[in-house]
Design a protein around this ligand. Structure first.
Ligand code: PLP
Length: 279
């Protein structure tokens, strides 16, 4: 579905060969869970899409046009099964003047997601290659924007797989936990949920934000604080949090097992309620 609400055949080509999404990864995107015929936490995703676009100096888009295209795509998808909705927005064709490319698509969840939700994930920590304060003085690195340039993130996940782990936790050059290649890191200490500060150059997670907004109602506190890998191992539980997998419990870090948290079910319920209720 393109932003003009024109329904496209999923088996027909949509992008031109010189689209800047393909040539440079020059664009932004969002990934949203579709459940029971709704795009969950849509407004937070639209807000982040607009913020990412502004960081890339892409023309401002009309949020209502996204909402309309999402509504049509979700309606076509139906309410019987979950889906992964993506909003994609690139600078458009290299030689086509000012026309941008914008579309939404829905696809089925892959098996990995079901596995992560039910059995959790093993992770390894990998260097991200920058210090936790880099965002402050290097805006051209687009830290905190959800750009289409995910090749490094995907490479890290393949590296983890080759080393027997399901996923990755990126660590800054000064030793702080940043985020997963497609998730926010969240730990539990007592009844306090803690996540790394966004000014460490991590993507501001919409799921983590929704969870923090509702934490109080479920008897949890929530805070942002610098974390190390040792903090993770000493925590009463740790999760990779994201829109589609929701809460994937971390079962081991660098081969060291993390026992099942006593409050695992409560945290899972909080995450579920938070994303269902966010809009
Ligand atoms: N960090 C990165 C790098 C991501 O790619 C994602 C999600 O794709 C997240 C964090 C989690 O964000 P959200 O909860 O909005 O899905």
């Amino acid at each position: 579905m393109t932003l003009d609400c024109e329904l496209r055949d999923a088996d027909e080509p949509l992008l031109h060969a010189d689209d800047m999404a393909a040539l440079r990864g020059d664009g932004v995107f969002e990934t949203i869970l579709v459940r029971r015929g709704r795009a969950l936490n849509l407004e937070a995703h639209l807000k982040r899409l607009a913020q990412s676009a502004a960081m890339l100096e892409l023309p401002e888009q009309n949020a209502q046009e996204w909402r309309d295209a999402v509504a049509m795509a979700v309606q076509r998808w139906g309410d019987r099964r979950e889906g992964v909705l993506r909003l994609v927005y690139s600078r458009g064709r290299e030689y086509a003047g000012s026309a941008v490319t914008a579309y939404v698509l829905v696809s089925p969840l892959n098996q990995r997601v079901h596995q992560a939700r039910s059995s959790g994930v093993t992770v390894i920590s990998l260097e991200r290659g920058y210090a936790s304060d880099l965002k402050e003085y290097a805006p051209w690195l687009l830290l905190g924007a959800k750009t289409l340039s995910y090749a490094v993130n995907m490479a890290a996940i393949r590296y983890a797989a080759r080393n027997g782990a399901d996923d990755v936790i990126f660590v800054s050059s000064d030793g702080y936990v940043l985020e997963g290649p497609r998730s926010t890191v969240m730990i539990l200490r007592g009844r306090e949920l803690v996540t790394p500060p966004v000014d460490y150059g991590v993507l501001p997670g919409t799921t983590q934000r929704a969870v923090f907004d509702m934490a109080d109602e479920h008897g949890f506190q929530a805070s942002y604080a610098p974390l190390t890998v040792v903090d993770l191992l000493n925590a009463d539980g740790a999760w990779l949090v994201s829109s589609v997998a929701l809460g994937a419990r971390i079962t081991s870090v660098n081969g060291i097992r993390m026992p099942e948290p006593k409050l695992a079910l409560d945290v899972a319920r909080l995450i579920d309620r938070a994303v269902e209720k966010a809009d």
